[in-house]
Design a protein around this ligand. Structure first.
Ligand SMILES: *Cc1c(COP(=O)(O)O)cnc(C)c1O
Length: 419
């Protein structure tokens, strides 16, 4: 018997023994993992595999976890106490050992392990940047086949670790993002390797939610406030679902952490919608030209999990949340403040979260004796580069009108090469 079932947040159906689940049950609603263990526990396994609330049974490759610590420098700077930082990235002095430097590694590791246990033969990943890097890395670490498909414009942000070169990375040379999705769909179908599934994949959300597992374990309770920069909303939803589980457990408090979520202006569709208490996003806030003006491409998702049942609107509504729109200049300032006060470089997206924290403290939204959790979703890339050599991806260019037969031939040679 599996240690979890899946529960549809809309129609209350319980699904038993589901294998790989990258799609929902009801339209516009998320499936949620229900663990038979209502009590949270940690085993003596390494990294994230010590947590009982992950949809995996017998992980067979390593995945380092988040590092949680009580802040001194940034706390002093802000004049607060009770600020915990969950650091996800590379910072060996603190024990943080994510070589691709973001919390995307947890989703990649849990999704891959979950897929492996479900008899899936491989996965197709159609996102770029941090997600692609995490899946390539974990494909290498786990030996599980992954094909990455990205549009050409994304290639610049895809640095890799040396051994990654053998993970097939298809770059759709002409055309835009939707053309590359179209090619990815055909590749996925022909290779028999499903999409990783985005926010609909429970393994992805629970994997990202491990930041709260580590935090609650170290803090001994749920934080009163939680700060994070959001792009698709997947990570924050994963954390909010974990918070619900801790409340059902009963030993970690009875109040959901208040959510302080942030995006980078001028592209901040969820901020704009939430400020008007709207469940639907406004098309004028989704214009692609706004994306060109932000520093945090990882936060530029134009199809975020906002409106659906169990999505960002609902978690903000349940926890009494706030949203912050942070302009570039404040992002850079916050990154610098963090580096100076805590001692490591952070990703621009994490700078967005730090800036939201600074605003919340200035606005008096947090009380002196409250416990705060700041999610540094990515950091230590510069620190990493001091020690390791990184490489540019060695892409395999494909035209958007590639035929199915050509895809087949290409896959044959690529997958043989990589195994
Ligand atoms: C992906 C990412 C985010 C946003 O996470 P979502 O789950 O897409 O909301 C924030 N920070 C970093 C560093 C990321 O890579």
């Amino acid at each position: 018997m599996s240690h979890y079932t899946l529960h549809c947040s809309k129609c209350d159906t319980i699904l038993e023994n589901v294998s790989f689940s990258a799609s929902g049950h009801c339209k516009d609603a998320l499936l949620e993992t229900r663990y038979r263990d209502v009590r949270f526990s940690e085993s003596d396994a390494q990294g994230i595999w010590k947590f009982n609330w992950l949809p995996v049974h017998t992980p067979d490759f390593p995945q380092p976890g988040p590092v949680v610590y009580l802040s001194e420098g940034l706390s002093r700077h802000l004049g607060i106490s009770g600020l915990y930082i969950v650091f996800n990235g590379y910072w060996p002095e603190k024990g943080a050992d994510l070589h691709t430097c973001t919390f995307k590694e947890y989703e990649a590791a849990v999704v891959i392990q979950n897929a492996k246990e479900s008899g899936v033969s491989g996965l197709t990943v159609a996102s770029a940047g941090n997600t692609a890097r995490a899946f390539s890395h974990l494909s290498h670490v786990s030996g599980f086949p992954v094909i990455i498909v990205v549009p050409r414009m994304c290639i610049a942000e895809m640095w890799y670790l040396e051994e990654r070169a053998r993970i097939p990375t298809l770059v759709v040379g002409d055309g835009d993002y939707s053309d590359s999705i179209d090619v990815a769909k055909r590749v996925s179908h022909i290779a028999g390797m499903p999409f990783e599934g985005g926010v609909q994949n429970v393994a992805k959300r629970d994997g990202l939610g491990s930041v709260l597992l580590e935090a609650a374990a170290r803090m001994g309770r749920l934080p009163d406030h939680y700060f994070q920069a959001i792009g698709s909303g997947t990570g924050a939803i994963g954390v909010a679902e974990m918070a619900e589980r801790f409340i059902r457990d009963g030993r970690f408090g009875s109040r959901l952490p208040r959510l302080h979520l942030a995006q980078n202006l001028p592209f901040a569709p969820m901020v704009k919608a939430w400020q008007k208490k709207s469940r639907t996003l406004f098309s004028e806030d989704l214009r692609p030209e706004l994306i060109a003006e932000i520093t945090t491409r990882v936060l530029s998702n134009r199809y975020p999990a906002y409106s659906m049942q169990g999505g960002v609107y609902d978690i903000l509504d349940a926890a009494g949340g706030e949203m912050y729109g942070i302009p570039n200049i404040e992002v850079f300032a916050a990154m610098e403040i963090f580096r100076q006060t805590e001692g490591v470089d952070i990703a621009p997206a994490a700078g967005v979260a730090v800036a939201a924290l600074i605003r919340a403290v200035r606005a008096g939204s947090v009380e002196k004796d409250e416990m705060l959790l700041l999610n540094i979703t990515g950091g230590g890339e510069k620190r990493y580069a001091q020690e390791y050599k990184t490489h540019e991806v060695d892409p395999y260019f494909v035209p958007k009108n590639i035929s199915d037969k050509e895809i087949e031939e290409m896959l044959c040679s690529l997958l043989n090469k990589s195994s």
